[in-house]
Design a protein around this ligand. Sequence first.
Ligand code: LLP
Length: 419
Amino acid sequence: MHDFKYKKNKFYCENIKVEDLAKRFKTPLYVYSYHTLTDHYLKLKAAFAGINPLICYSVKANSNLSILKALIAKGAGLDIVSGGELFRAQKAGCPAQKIVYASVGKTDQEISAAINKGILFFNVESLAELKNINRIAKALNKVTRVAIRINPDVEAKTHKYISTGKITNKFGIDLESAYKILLLRNNFKNLRICGLHIHIGSQITQSEPFVEAIKKVSNFIRRLKDKGIELEYLNIGGGLGIIYDREDPQTAQIYADQIVPLLQKTGLKIIMEPGRFIIGNAGILVVKVLYIKKTPKKKFIIIDGGMNDLIRPALYSAYHNIWPLAKISATEKADVVGPICESGDFLAKERLIAKVKEGDYLAVMSAGAYGFSMSSNYNSRPRAAEVMVFKNKAVVIRKRETAQDLIHNEIIAGNFIKG
Ligand code: LLP
């Protein structure tokens, strides 16, 4: 469910006509619904009320400070993957004890910063990283908490680029290696290994892969208990799929019904790291039709937003619905393409779409997650503005970049370039 819909043939976000936003703030423009965003978080919280997990929103999905702040205000923690995300988490006012930190490639600097801030724990992805965190914690004269990220070797049934729980993926530690590490836990004097972490992939629409992974980890937890190894946390990651097209994903309640009994049996405190489920359908990308181009074989709708604004179709062949802001009943088959100099720059291919004309606006749906956060300046295009809607109010939560922003960090090299 989301708060984007037609009322009398005009497309609205909550109580605001999106066309008014497009005219006022120009395009391409990301528009988020505060109500949808917080509602998704609260739905997940309610479904899991029985075990009261710490829900650490996955910052990478959309790291805008206002979005982080809105979720933190509702009680969310944050899942981060870099020093930059740690900085954002602090700027948004997230208590350090609600931050968990994953990533296969944490640098010494990033590790020190997170230890000094006193985050809840690191999700550790290799033995080499574990040794490094121990070394840095020792140098800082601290004992820091870590969870071991397990690679449970399960098939997540999603796009291969966003599947992370197979043994051939770079993520996590296999069960046998993790077992050996845990037996030797006392060798890591400056670490407290307090939990396990799994994250098997993203946009997972059925519960079975989650159930399979949690069962594997639960057996592992029992095996550890038999050896006298007690843990405190189980972090079950994110990955809940949403509706882009015709998917029929599990609801938060169905997901909870399937896994809560398994989680309760572990006796551990539960952490989850949803990203897409919370912000995916809470955001759209609004674009304007620049030109209609007919070629002998095709019709192209050329818009002012491109793969630099939303890379998901180019990168994963992802499907996003595209609707006109003023309803049009006639349809036609066309490619919706951006201005970037690559044939991969499309938002839809061979799509039956509203018969738009130059100057019309379109809403690219379900663009809240991995939309702006994966956008770039490719082709020296300033990144889009972002607006948050709350009932009948709209506020800019990120200004549109300017041409000056593009060259902000550049320094023109000295005399030798003059030849
Ligand atoms: N936890 C960890 C350790 C993760 O790596 C991720 C996502 C999440 C949580 C959040 O997953 P979510 O609930 O959003 O599925 N750019 C891709 C998705 C990449 C996901 C990366 N990791 C896309 O646009 O589909």
